[in-house]
Design a protein around this ligand. Structure first.
Ligand code: COA
Length: 138
């Protein structure tokens, strides 16, 4: 089948985006109501970086990388639009984040996730299992 322009996905580390489009993608991916978060401000202040994926129809993927300022980086909010899932976009988002994080000198890339995503993070993205802990604060 020929590849149409809308099948071409462009990825960018620390690419530009609007709050509106990330809020919309986040709400769709994590199945919550539409929030009005200021992603532009938060990411500029707090993140090591992020990856934006776009096709001709708009934003199709996003991942945020936060860090400790030293050697540990953490994957957060990996999201691919429903219309674009199952085409390797999520895997490429993580791969690109990994490449750029490694280039900063970080030594470890962490992630945590629900059971049903084991195949995505372990098999597709190359993470290895480890012990981790979590406390719900509220
Ligand atoms: C998880 C997510 C980012 C994956 O994006 P994607 O572009 O569809 O993923 P890929 O096409 O790169 O998938 C690669 C492989 O990972 C596995 N995988 C991907 N999504 C999966 C899911 N939702 N459940 C189980 N396995 C999944 C599959 O084995 C897949 O290979 P296959 O297509 O040959 O079966 C996407 O489903 C999403 O946005 N989910 C909702 C938000 C979310 O839960 N994010 C993770 C937070 S920790």
């Amino acid at each position: 089948m020929p590849v149409s322009d809308s099948d071409v996905v462009r990825y960018e580390w620390r690419g530009s985006f609007s709050n509106q489009e990330v809020n919309a993608l986040h709400a769709e991916a994590f199945e919550h109501r539409l929030f009005d978060d200021n992603w532009v401000d938060q990411l500029e202040r707090l993140s090591l970086g992020w990856v934006i994926a776009r096709d001709d129809d708009g934003l199709v993927g996003f991942v945020n990388v936060i860090w400790d300022g030293l050697v540990h980086a953490f994957i957060e909010d990996t999201a691919v639009a429903l219309r674009a899932r199952g085409r390797g976009i999520g895997t490429r988002l993580i791969e690109m984040a990994r490449e750029h994080v490694a280039a900063t000198g970080c030594e470890w890339l962490h992630v945590d996730f629900d059971d049903h995503l084991r195949s995505f993070y372990f098999d597709a993205c190359g993470f290895t299992p480890t012990n981790a802990g979590l406390i719900r604060l509220r």
